[in-house]
Design a protein. Structure first.
Length: 274
């Protein structure tokens, strides 16, 4: 995505159309669009030809961008789990790992970054009916590996709003749910985690369209991305007007939900009932 955004910036600065750029590398306009969105791999020859077309002759700048192209083609650690993942999800895992700020609203179950191993196993079993135990365990292992994002040096900020429905809907037995609620209380104390609960008592709210995640990146060239998961696919929205609508909804959810301390008290109350 970073390389694609830089190529787009260079193309637009020279006033070159996507069609003309595509012609220069023997490709279609739609391929240039996919390259600029970071949705396809990059051939070194294509990047070299585009840089020449865009008038980039400085050797240091060319070397930097070509190095970025090589990095972009290196498979991430999560690709080893691709056999147990839906086709659209590896892209999300890569974006999640590159984000400096992750904002989300979840209503069906606890967000994957906050699930205990036992709770994650119950969720995966429910979602992968008929899968072998080995495949279930690999999917759980991926989820636990993703959670390391939150505890490494320079970990992203994670702002999450959980609907009370996600906390009352049981996955696994009472012991599993008890452990999950206890984990949420503990993880909510982390300095980079902002956890709020949207209670039933509030009534209707701005999260009426369902769960969503907004990913923000440290590179100024990259726009925010909204991730929407569906039954058989997922949407990645990065147009400013689309992102703005979800940011507005999330801001309202944050304002309407109890604060951090009150939300923690709600979790403690649910823990006593579990």
């Amino acid at each position: 995505m970073l390389l694609g955004s830089q190529l787009r910036r260079l193309r637009e600065a020279r006033g070159i159309t996507r069609e003309a750029a595509g012609y220069s590398i023997r490709a279609s306009e739609s391929k240039i669009s996919r390259m600029e969105l970071g949705r396809v791999s990059f051939k070194t020859r294509d990047v070299e030809d585009l840089l020449t077309l865009y008038g980039i002759s400085n050797e240091a700048e060319r070397t930097s961008l070509l190095s970025l192209a090589k990095e972009a083609n290196v498979a991430g650690w999560w690709h080893s789990y691709s056999d147990v993942l839906p086709s659209w999800f590896p892209t999300y895992v890569g974006l999640e790992g590159a984000a400096s700020l992750i904002r989300a609203y979840e209503v069906q179950f606890v967000h994957g970054l906050l699930q205990t191993e036992a709770y994650a196993r119950a969720v995966v079993r429910r979602g992968m009916k008929g899968a072998s135990e080995a495949d279930v365990e690999r999917r759980v292992a991926l989820r636990l590996e993703r959670q390391k994002y939150l505890v490494v040096e320079n970990a992203p900020e994670f702002h999450i709003i959980l609907d009370e429905a996600a906390l009352r809907r049981p996955y696994g037995d009472r012991e599993v749910m008890h452990g999950q609620l206890q984990h949420l209380i503990e993880v909510s104390e982390r300095p980079n985690v902002r956890l709020q609960i949207m209670p039933f008592s509030f009534g209707g709210h701005s999260g009426e369209s369902g769960a969503f995640t907004i990913l923000s990146f440290p590179e100024s060239d990259l726009s925010d991305v909204v991730y929407l998961e569906q039954l058989t696919s997922a949407l990645y929205l990065d147009k400013h007007e689309d992102v703005a609508q979800y940011e507005k909804a999330l801001k309202e959810l944050q304002q309407d939900s109890p604060g951090l301390d009150e939300s923690r008290d709600l979790l403690r109350g649910l823990l006593q009932l579990s």
